[in-house]
Design a protein around this ligand. Structure first.
Ligand code: NAP
Ligand code: GFB
Length: 322
């Protein structure tokens, strides 16, 4: 019997894992989805108490201080310190509890900013990350170092996945914290339903922050959840693995705004505000390693996933994090 503890189990990815596990109904697993109310993982005693209570054999470690470009740019020190504390407490306590496996979560934004493309798993430590998120990036890179150190000393199977930008139901829509897709969904919903009530929608203008030119790969949270469960069950290496859609599915930020406008059936105009930062121009990641292991995996089509995410927000507006 596997007893799986999911740290960060109440967030975007955690909720997607819970949904997929509900669908899969595994017979020989028991899953425990923990949030910060269960234990503040910045506190070692609280972390140990959570592990004493759950007694996990396996851990999916998602808990982290997470946010979009603007939140990172304004809080690099907190992103560094909070995530360093959380990661060290979880990995050391998993070691003390003799956990069979830990799968931690990195991000394609931690790769070097000045690099050749596409980026792959061998390039994680090849130079400084983008200056907008160095705090988060170095804390995440250290997880890979910690995994190797626990393996070298104790032979542990502590590994990590490297997702591209993620979106889906249960996202964080708080404008000052959010990533681009939940940020736009929140702002377009507000423009359509609250702002300039006397103006016909066709005359309303939605602002895309930045030039709209940066490129991103986006994975639907429910697809990522399926792949992370596969990694937990089948992937036996300490080396990280990129979990991203194919390079051809990369889109511009302006195309993201167009897809969200289509999902809302927004009749107004889109304009770009170049006074706002663009952040990293691109972070095109290769999923060749994943494709060599799961060649047939079918990702949810982008427009369809955007539509479901917009519908989820509209149907859960009151309880959405905003
Ligand atoms: P999220 O929606 O912001 O959820 C964060 C989760 O971490 C929540 O369950 C939160 O619990 C928990 N948490 C935060 N601080 C904590 C603390 N001090 N102690 C205990 N729990 C704490 O984040 P997400 O988007 O699901 O991210 C999940 C993982 O994916 C993270 O490791 C993130 O770095 C990585 N990632 C995210 C993206 C993306 O685009 N979202 C891209 C690449 C990688 P409460 O809700 O109870 O506070
Ligand atoms: O998703 P995002 O915040 O993060 O922004 P990154 C992506 C791009 O969207 C930037 C533009 O070029 C923004 O200028 N953008 C347009 C918006 N409208 C909006 C909006 O309403 N909200 C936001 N947030 N952006 C993050 C890293 O980088 O990627 C994090 O900083 C994390 O550490 C995350 O790893 C996955 O993709 O630029």
């Amino acid at each position: 019997m596997k007893k799986v503890l999911v740290t960060g189990g109440t967030g975007l990815v955690g909720k997607a894992l819970e949904e997929v596990i509900k669908q899969q109904q595994p017979k020989d697993d028991e899953w425990y989805f923990a949030g910060s109310k269960d234990a503040d993982l910045k506190d070692l005693i609280a972390t140990q108490a959570l592990f004493d209570k759950v007694k996990p054999t396996h851990v999916i470690h998602l808990a982290a201080m997470v946010g979009g470009l603007f939140h990172n740019m304004n809080n690099n020190l907190d992103f560094l310190r909070h995530n360093l504390l959380i990661n060290d407490h979880v990995l050391q306590t998993a070691h003390e509890h003799k956990c069979t496996k830990v799968v931690s979560c990195l991000s394609t934004c931690i790769f070097p900013d000045k690099t050749t493309y596409p980026i792959d798993e061998t390039m994680v430590h090849n130079g400084p990350p983008h200056p907008s998120n160095y705090g988060y990036s170095y804390a995440k890179r250290l997880i890979d170092i910690q995994n190797h150190a626990y393996h070298d000393k104790y032979g542990h199977s502590f590994t990590s996945v490297i997702p591209c930008n993620i979106f889906g139901p249960h996202d964080n829509y708080q404008p000052e914290v959010s990533h681009v897709i939940p940020g736009m969904i929140y702002r377009m919903h507000k423009l359509i339903n609250e702002e300039e009530p006397d103006k016909p929608e066709s005359e309303k203008v939605f602002t895309v922050y930045g030039s709209g030119k940066p490129l991103r790969q986006f994975i639907y949270s429910l697809d990522l959840a399926e792949l992370m469960i596969w990694v937990l069950r089948n992937y036996e290496s300490v080396e990280p693995i990129v979990l991203s859609v194919d390079e051809q599915q990369e889109v511009t930020i302006y195309e993201v705004a167009e897809a969200i406008a289509k999902a809302f059936d927004f009749k107004g105009k889109l304009v770009c505000d170049v006074s706002k930062a663009d952040g990293q121009y691109k972070k095109t990641a290769s999923n060749a390693k994943l494709r060599s292991l799961l060649p047939e995996y079918k990702f949810t089509e982008f427009d369809k996933a955007i539509k479901s995410s917009v519908e989820w927000f509209k149907n859960n507006f009151d309880q959405a994090r905003k």
